[in-house]
Ligand binder design. Structure first.
Ligand SMILES: *Cc1c(COP(=O)(O)O)cnc(C)c1O
Length: 399
């Protein structure tokens, strides 16, 4: 293995005595991020003021950082741009995909394992379009069979946020194309979690966020990918001024910018991108194949340790390597209370309704010793029923 994971771990500021298995929800702080943000605030905003847009390269950040993320997801140079939230990027991708779809096709096909906001955004867009589209949601295992000539757009999240189940992106993209459908892949639980090769699978659109496995910090911007063969043809639904071909010509009507630039909307979050830029430095020496191999070792180890000692927890994640992402989930009716007890013992995962205990595995800063320790603590919580306390039953606003 050529990647030095002890070295990458040293690049993060992790609280002492805590085992963090929630980097699939919010990545930890890269040590360099605070300094980078301070520089951007003090030297750029403070000293350059409006000049920062040119002198500090603020206006180029969305495409420059898009290329940095693009290398991690197999995207062609110049095919990824950052900005807004993932919910917004889902909306943009779907609107453009429906615009390109075979006329007369009405179905947007997705699955019940998709993250709610992806489905909600599709519902809202379909309502606004008022053209009678139908959002068809099937079980994850039933997607391939549901792909037929009625499907305009196939919109899926590669790795299921609850169970960690992973779709076969290459096979589903090929089948969708064979049926004449456009594909949108949400990489929220893939980017930085496992190797993705958008160009090789021939994906049309992809979107994702940068605050999970990419460690860009709370509120870090989302990304959108459009295949180069489509980028000059897509019509942006959110036709904001920074996606215009000449924003500073201030023309009275919209003309889309060149290629992926047209998927920009408004002013980019400059300070968030300074943090993300520092977070992306961590990936410089990382081979994605090494990351994947390590992630599978860690998840196998956790599954084996828990299953050996906790028959009351039911594995919700597929066992087959090719069928899972970089998280492990167990079901238990008292999942919420169990997670609160674990957090109190210094092991941080999270809970997803109705009954999922979720653990993210991130080789950049999680070692085999961490995993053994986390498993031992969970076994203790289960055997001694440490979760059975009234203060662990009240749900907080964010779970
Ligand atoms: C995390 C996640 C989101 C979050 O969307 P935001 O707009 O960034 O809040 C959306 N979709 C999926 C699949 C996710 O995992």
């Amino acid at each position: 293995m050529s990647t030095d994971f002890a070295a990458t771990r040293a690049l993060f500021d992790l609280p002492e005595g805590l085992i963090y298995l929630d980097g699939n929800s919010l990545g930890p702080l890269p040590r360099a991020a605070a300094g980078r943000v301070a520089e951007s605030v003090i030297d750029e905003w403070g000293q350059m003021l409006i000049g920062g847009w040119n002198a500090a390269g603020w206006m180029d950040q969305p495409a420059r950082l898009g290329d940095r993320i693009g290398r991690l997801i197999g995207a062609e140079p110049g095919s990824v741009v950052l900005g807004d939230t993932l919910s917004i990027k889902v909306y943009q991708a779907l609107a453009s995909a429906l615009d390109l779809a075979v006329p007369g096709r009405q179905v947007v096909l997705s699955d019940s394992g998709n993250f709610p906001t992806d489905l909600y955004m599709a519902e809202g867009l379909i309502h606004s379009l008022g053209r009678g589209h139908e959002l068809r949601v099937v079980a994850p295992e039933a997607v391939a069979a549901a792909l037929d000539e009625s499907v305009a757009v196939l919109m899926l999240t590669e790795v299921d946020y609850r169970t960690g189940r992973r779709h076969d992106m290459a096979a589903l993209t090929a089948k969708a194309h064979e049926k004449g459908a456009i594909t949108i892949w949400d990489l929220a639980h893939s980017a930085g979690a496992l190797p993705v090769d958008l160009a090789a699978v021939g994906a049309d659109f992809a979107v994702g966020c940068s605050y999970k496995y990419l460690n860009g910090g709370p509120g870090a911007p989302a990304f959108i990918y459009v295949a180069p063969r489509l980028a000059d043809r897509v019509r942006p639904a959110l036709s904001g001024w920074l996606g215009h071909d000449a924003p500073f010509a201030f023309e009275p009507s919209y003309r889309p910018g060149r290629g992926i630039e047209r998927m920009r909307v408004g002013t980019p979050p400059v300070l968030q991108m300074a943090a993300l830029d520092a977070a992306l430095d961590v990936w410089e020496g990382v081979a994605m194949a090494d990351l994947r191999a390590r992630s599978l070792e860690l998840t196998d180890q956790f599954i084996a340790d828990i299953e050996a000692a906790c028959p009351m927890l039911t594995l919700a994640t597929p066992r087959a390597h090719e069928l899972r992402g970089s998280q492990v989930s167990f079901r238990h009716p008292q999942g919420y209370a169990i997670m609160q007890a674990l957090i109190a013992e210094g092991v941080v995962g999270d809970f997803r309704a109705p009954d999922i205990l979720r653990f993210g595995f991130t080789p950049l800063y999680t070692s085999g010793d961490d995993v053994a320790m986390a498993a031992a603590v969970l076994v203790d919580v289960m055997r001694q029923e440490l979760w059975d306390r009234p203060e662990y039953l009240t749900r907080a606003r964010v779970t």
